[in-house]
Design a protein around this ligand. Structure first.
Ligand code: C2E
Ligand code: CA
Ligand code: CA
Length: 238
């Protein structure tokens, strides 16, 4: 799914969102199988595959003339806690595909980060040292400790879509979104709004000086080749 710069309207990234295609049931949502994979530990293997595949696909798209942007992968708690392995898989995937580290970003939810703060910081530093970008996913829904924001070497805050949905009708959501944007900017972080579905959402976020956005307004998640075709046809709605 494309991620765009609200001010320049440029494509700045793609989020890799996994789908399980079953011959009988069709497309199975990650909301169905990722929690199970996390429970059973199978997320380790799936997660490795996602990282490798995302690097591979991003490099392939770039070779075909798609803009050189970051691909963002979702990383689970299980993977984050097996940090040596995670760093190895990332390093391997970048090496074997030739993707630059500046074109990979990792999304971690708040709840993963607050589990063991000291361990988290060293883990984040090791990931950061690989040259990749670090984003906090679903920001605002976890047990945010604002003190960690300045201690963690993170680059991007992704405002959870639940706050964006009613941003124009719910004064509380509006207040929360404005506060996150203001705080993020003051801390020198990039703020990305998720779940941007309407031009009204977009215009509001531009007015509030939010940096980036992602959502159905721009594009639903699509297979890489469809995304490429849209780009070539100039119809990637940005
Ligand atoms: P997420 O990381 O918060 O991803 C955003 C979800 O919101 C995606 O759902 C996306 O399709 C959906 N979305 C994007 N724009 C809009 C919008 O404008 N409106 C609405 N209503 N929804 C929008 P999806 O693809 O079903 O993924 C659900 C969750 O599954 C993800 O939430 C993420 O937590 C997890 N997930 C997906 N792929 C992976 C993966 O490779 N590994 C892991 N560990 N988790 C994954
Ligand atoms: Ca995500
Ligand atoms: Ca999210």
């Amino acid at each position: 799914q494309p991620q765009v710069d609200l001010r320049t309207k440029e494509l700045i990234g793609l989020e890799a969102l996994i789908r399980w295609i079953d011959p009988i049931q069709g497309i199975i949502s990650p909301l169905t199988f990722i929690p199970l994979a996390e429970e059973t530990g199978m997320i380790g293997k799936i997660g490795d595959w996602v990282i490798r595949k995302a690097c591979e696909e991003n490099k392939r798209l770039q070779k075909l003339g798609f803009p050189a942007v970051k691909v963002a992968v979702n990383v689970s708690a299980y993977q984050f806690r097996h940090g040596d392995h995670l760093c190895e898989v990332i390093t391997d995937s970048l090496d074997s595909t030739g993707l630059k580290s500046e074109h990979l970003s990792v999304e971690l939810t708040e709840s993963i980060l607050i589990e063991d703060v000291e361990e988290t910081i060293s883990q984040l530093n090791r990931l950061k040292a690989l040259g990749i970008t670090l984003a906090v996913d679903d920001f605002g829904t976890g047990y945010s400790s604002l003190s960690y924001l300045k201690r963690f070497p993170i680059d991007i805050l992704k405002i959870d879509q639940s706050f964006i949905r009613d941003i124009l009708d719910d004064a509380n959501d509006e207040a929360i979104v404005n506060a996150i944007i203001g705080m993020g900017r003051s801390l020198g972080l990039t703020v990305l709004a998720e779940g941007v579905e309407t031009t009204a959402h977009r215009d509001y976020l531009i007015e509030q000086a939010c940096h980036f956005a992602q959502g159905y307004l721009y594009s639903k998640p699509k297979p890489a080749d469809e995304l490429l075709a849209c780009w070539q046809a100039g119809s990637l709605l940005l």
